[in-house]
Ligand binder design. Structure first.
Ligand SMILES: [Mg+2]
Length: 257
C-alpha cells in the first residue's frame, strides 16, 4: 500500500467478520488499535441491529475518545450513527415511503416465485423492511452460512432475481447484497452514496480514505465504492482483512520521516 489514509472504511460481512457473525476477538482488537491512529467507518447493507451484534458488542469497554472516531453506516449510509455522550446515537435516517416499500416487497416476492427461488424451508423472514431498504434473503435472515454457500454458488440466481425485480421497479434500485440477498433502495443508494455522505460529514476527501471490501468485483456490492475512485483493497475474508489492518496500523503509527 502506498497510501496513508486519514479514514479507513470497511465492508462488514465477509470483510470484518463472517456473514452475520460477530467480530473475532483478534479483529476487534485490531479495530480498536486502528481507531488510535485513524478515523474508521463500517458501511454495510445490514441494519443497526447487525452492527450491534457483530461490531458494537465486541468492542467492550473501549475508551469513549476512540469510539468517537468510529462512523457506523447501516443500510449503505442511509443511516448514520456516532458515539456521543456514552451511547450510540442515530445522526440521521432516510427511509423509503410506504408506497415505495409496498411496491418493492411485491416485486421481489413475485419475481422470486416466478423464477422458482421462493424457498419454503427458511431460517427467519425472507423479506425484511429495514426502513431505508427492503431486503430479500432467499433462505431467511438467520440462515446458516453452510446453507447459504450452496444455494447460489456462482451468483447466477441472485443476478437473475435482481434483474427481474429491477424491471418492475424503474424508480427504485435493486442490487445484489450478501451471498443470498437482494437489496432494494432509492435509486443511487449504494455504498458509493454512503461514502460520499461520509466525505461530506467528516470533511475528509474520498482520495484520503481507504476502503476495504470482499466484493469489489463488478457484480459486487462493494464495487460502487471502487467506481467512485476511492482507493480500495480487496480482501477474501476477515483473516485477510486482519493482515491489512495490522499493516495499516504499522504504517500509520510510524514516525513521519
Ligand atoms: Mg461483504
Amino acid at each position: 500500500m502506498t497510501t496513508t489514509p486519514r479514514l479507513v472504511a470497511f465492508d462488514l460481512d465477509d470483510t470484518l467478520a463472517p456473514s452475520k457473525s460477530p467480530l473475532d476477538p483478534r479483529m476487534a482488537d485490531l479495530l480498536v488499535r486502528l481507531l488510535g491512529v485513524a478515523e474508521v467507518c463500517v458501511i454495510s447493507g445490514g441494519q443497526i441491529g447487525q452492527f450491534r451484534m457483530q461490531v458494537i458488542d465486541r468492542l467492550g469497554s473501549t475508551d469513549a475518545a476512540l469510539l468517537s472516531r468510529l462512523h457506523l453506516m447501516p443500510t449503505c449510509g442511509t443511516q448514520y450513527y456516532r458515539y456521543q455522550d456514552d451511547a450510540w446515537a442515530q445522526v440521521y435516517a432516510q427511509n423509503l415511503t410506504d408506497d415505495e416499500k409496498v411496491r418493492a416487497l411485491a416485486a421481489v416476492e413475485a419475481s422470486a416465485r416466478e423464477l422458482g427461488y421462493w424457498e419454503t424451508e427458511t431460517w427467519g423472514p425472507v423479506l425484511e423492511d429495514r426502513g431505508s431498504q427492503i431486503t430479500f434473503s432467499a433462505l431467511g435472515q438467520a440462515a446458516p452460512v453452510s446453507a447459504k454457500v450452496t444455494w447460489d454458488p456462482d451468483g447466477s440466481k441472485k443476478n437473475r432475481l435482481r434483474a427481474a425485480a429491477q424491471a418492475q421497479l424503474p424508480d427504485l434500485e435493486v442490487r445484489s447484497g450478501g451471498s443470498t440477498s437482494v437489496d432494494i433502495t432509492r435509486r443511487g443508494i449504494d455504498k458509493a452514496y454512503g461514502m460520499n455522505r461520509l466525505a461530506e460529514l467528516t470533511g475528509i476527501p474520498l482520495g484520503e480514505m481507504l476502503f476495504v471490501g470482499d466484493r469489489l468485483d463488478e457484480q459486487g456490492n462493494d464495487y460502487p465504492v471502487k467506481a467512485l475512485g476511492v482507493p480500495c483493497v480487496a480482501v477474501s475474508g476477515w483473516e485477510d482483512t486482519a493482515d491489512v489492518v495490522a499493516q495499516l496500523i504499522a504504517e500509520l503509527s510510524a514516525p513521519v520521516a
